[in-house]
Design a protein. Structure first.
Length: 744
């Protein structure tokens, strides 16, 4: 293959530099994944490297899968190890964790919710009051300790002087003890225990050092202390390490990512070569101009400037809206305009927020308008109760010591085993020195009342059957578990929410079978490990509007992006003390946009049970949209003078934030009526927002919403109407946007 014809001049240099340490500073949209992929292909094709000697570490399973598929297409070879840090560490631990002495190879992997429950149970046993802040603080410290590779004993001295430091130390110690008893690891343990394994077993480290002669790390700016240490240990034998990253996109400090790792790389590998990828293939010149202006204000960054040979594109539009509702209406009006006037599709749009709390108004209006949408950063599929219940059965079959999974479903579906009976069972097992599973299967030998024994025996019979059938082919076993447990008995298929829960269980079973198409020989524990490591961004993008936090769309791109809530205290967030990381988050948000970018804020916003006057974000000044952030009094004046004929928002020219109000009226005169389309007829009753005559709606009228059915208008204020539905109750709609029509 002619690699030089596939890559630009800046990209080919690091691809062909195959020996020693190489650092690639890759700006957003500059083709870093392409470089990483072709570099591995180059090693195999041109350098004759055995694929088994190549390791590539990414941060999502989706990225790993796409890279593996592409390399196989290019080279016709497989066999390289391409995975996330956590997947790699899980694989290493499956093989050799027994050498640490406390665990065996069929350990469970506890997610965030599992860890919360363990901490809550420990606090309850210690008779500590049920305090949400205690739990949060304790879990933060446990994670902090593990990300510094510190055991409970090693971390305890650091807690002296900390509020509740003694309590935190005791809970951490008991937390570790319980995980050992359950043969379970949390996500932090996957990294921590692997580092511990390497540190105490030179033969294990040497095995992987010898195996991985060429090491590649994607998104290097997102590595934490342990991840970087693991990479350095693995590269210590041959020194062939290839790191790709962008310090301007380091936005995971709260998740222990250390942006200084990318700067330390040149210290730890003094002979490394540094390459820069600055040509952007994603965004227009106008979008990149804004991104460059904003990020240039970060003093401690490795200098680079994004540029493109592409079009200048549409100018970036900034809108200052009257309040949060006007902001929502403005965004949805622009989306509607672009769909019906310029041929965009739902999937082309992303509405990006800094804080989850800002999504509610958008969700509410999207539902009201009957627009399809998905949330990234909301409830994930594998966090839904019905899915976790199903998986809990599989987990304790795979790992009988997983008491957390047993306790989750001992009464799911209901078997009459209440909290008191469960607590008595736990106490009886402790007295008899049995694990929970042993106690359930030998309940007659426990010091329990006959009534409790009778209830536990019902569950014991279920466990016995599930264990007996566990050798079935995985696809058949999953179907058997679903039928035998009879999950459907808990749900009413006529109830919409229950139907969704049943659909989620069906989706899980489908996922197992899809997984087995590519992993035909996989066992139950391998499948459980696979789903334990699936992330939010591994979802398939459907034809719907994306509503997401900026963190949730890292690595994604959209034709049109709306960055909303650009106010001091929101974006940048008051809760974060790292101004530079907030600016990097803004940079990531801007560089998600390919063709069009809209920036919005509200002049006032209702939060924390009261309405606040809002100051425009400093990033708007840095991006060249306003000369100076206005004072609070001047914002108040603008709000008083605001002309509601503008529809609740105003057009803001590039160089002045608060002037030229009649610009929007000129725009209205120029706007063409939207074409009538079947899709629009479904969502807006055959009328476009601009052509829809809202004056025909009157108080007392019966109207019909395409989703919520019939209701009566009880009040109208401007273009907003309160409508009372028999089931839904009273709900407020924008008459111009909502799919509402008068019932004749």
């Amino acid at each position: 293959m002619d690699y030089k014809s596939l890559l630009n001049g800046a990209q080919i240099l690091p691809v062909e530099d195959t020996q020693g340490a190489v650092l690639v500073l890759a700006g957003a949209g500059s083709g870093k994944t392409r470089v990483l992929t072709y570099r591995i292909a180059y090693l195999i094709e041109k350098e004759g490297v055995d694929p088994r000697n190549i390791l590539a570490i990414t941060f999502t399973n989706k990225a790993a899968g796409e890279m593996r598929e592409r390399i196989t297409q290019v080279t016709g070879r497989g066999g390289m190890t391409i995975s996330t840090f956590h997947s790699l560490c899980a694989k290493i631990l499956r093989a050799d964790i027994a050498k640490l002495g406390d665990f065996n190879s069929n350990f469970s992997i506890y997610d965030d919710e599992d860890s919360k429950k363990v901490v809550a149970r420990i606090l309850k046993a210690m008779e500590v009051e049920d305090n949400k802040e205690y739990k949060k603080q304790i879990r933060w410290h446990i994670s902090n300790a593990k990300n510094q590779a510190l055991s409970a004993k090693e971390y305890a001295p650091r807690l002296k002087g900390e509020p509740e430091g003694e309590l935190i130390a005791k809970v951490y110690e008991r937390y570790e003890k319980e995980l050992k008893e359950n043969n379970a690891l949390d996500f932090d343990d996957l990294l921590y225990k692997t580092l511990l394994l390497f540190a105490t077993n030179k033969d294990v480290l040497d095995k992987y050092q010898t195996l991985f002669k060429y090491i590649h790390v994607d998104e290097f700016q997102d590595t934490n202390k342990i991840q970087y240490t693991l990479v350095r240990l693995l590269a210590n034998k041959y020194g062939n390490i290839f790191a790709v990253g962008d310090d301007d996109q380091s936005i995971y400090g709260w998740r222990w990512a250390d942006v200084s790792n990318i700067r330390k790389f040149t210290q730890h590998f003094p002979d490394c070569r540094i390459y820069k990828l600055e040509q952007n293939y994603r965004s227009t010149k106008n979008i990149l101009d804004v991104a460059n202006k904003i990020i240039a204000n970060n003093p401690s960054r490795m200098d680079k400037t994004l540029w493109t040979d592409g079009e200048k594109g549409d100018r970036v539009i900034y809108k200052s809206c009257y309040d949060e509702k006007a902001e929502v209406n403005y965004v949805l009006e622009q989306i509607t305009n672009l769909i019906y006037n310029e041929g965009y599709d739902y999937k082309d749009f992303a509405i990006l927020v800094r804080a989850n709390s800002l999504t509610f108004n958008f969700e509410n209006q999207l539902v009201s308008c009957n627009y399809p949408y998905r949330i990234i950063g909301g409830k994930k599929f594998f966090e839904r109760k019905e899915v976790k219940d199903f998986l809990a059965y599989l987990r304790f079959i795979s790992n009988p010591n997983d008491s957390e999974s047993i306790l989750r479903v001992i009464n799911v579906p209901k078997r009459g085993i209440g909290d008191t009976a469960v607590q008595r069972l736990i106490e009886a097992c402790a007295i008899s020195r049995m694990s929970l599973m042993q106690g359930i299967l030998n309940v007659d030998s426990l010091p329990l009342t006959p009534a409790i024994k009778s209830k536990i025996k019902v569950f014991a019979e279920v466990v016995a059957v599930l264990r007996e059938r566990a050798n079935m082919p995985l696809a058949d076993y999953i179907d058997f578990v679903n039928t035998f447990i009879n999950f459907a008995s808990q749900y009413d298929p006529k109830d919409e929410e229950d139907k969704n829960r049943l659909d989620n269980i069906d989706q899980l079973i489908t996922l197992v079978k899809e997984y087995l198409k590519d992993n035909a020989d996989s066992k139950l524990d391998e499948f459980l490990q696979f789903i334990s490591l699936i992330t939010d961004t591994d979802q398939t993008i459907e034809n719907c509007i994306t509503l997401a936090t900026v963190h949730g769309v890292k690595g994604l791109e959209f034709k049109c992006c709306f960055i909303i809530g650009l106010e001091e205290g929101l974006f940048p967030s008051l809760r974060e003390d790292d101004d530079q990381e907030e600016r990097r988050i803004m940079y990531v948000a801007v560089t998600r946009a390919r063709e069009k970018l809209y920036l919005t804020n509200a002049q006032s916003r209702f939060r924390y049970n009261h309405r606040d006057i809002c100051m425009p974000s400093r990033f708007l000044k840095e991006g060249g949209f306003i000369q100076e952030p206005p004072t609070r009094s001047s914002v108040g004046n603008i709000m008083r003078d605001f002309n509601e004929d503008f529809g609740g928002y105003q057009e803001i020219p590039q160089k002045s934030a608060y002037s030229n109000y009649n610009k929007i009226q000129e725009m209205k005169k120029l706007m063409k009526n939207y074409a009538s389309t079947p899709a629009f007829a479904k969502s807006a009753g055959g009328q476009t927002p601009q052509s829809k005559d809202t004056s025909v709606f009157k108080v007392g009228m019966t109207v019909e919403h395409s989703r919520f059915g019939q209701g009566k208008i009880i009040s109208i204020t401007g273009e907003n109407a309160k409508i009372e539905f028999s089931v839904l109750g009273v709900k407020t709609f924008n008459l111009r946007l909502a799919p509402i029509k008068i019932v004749e």
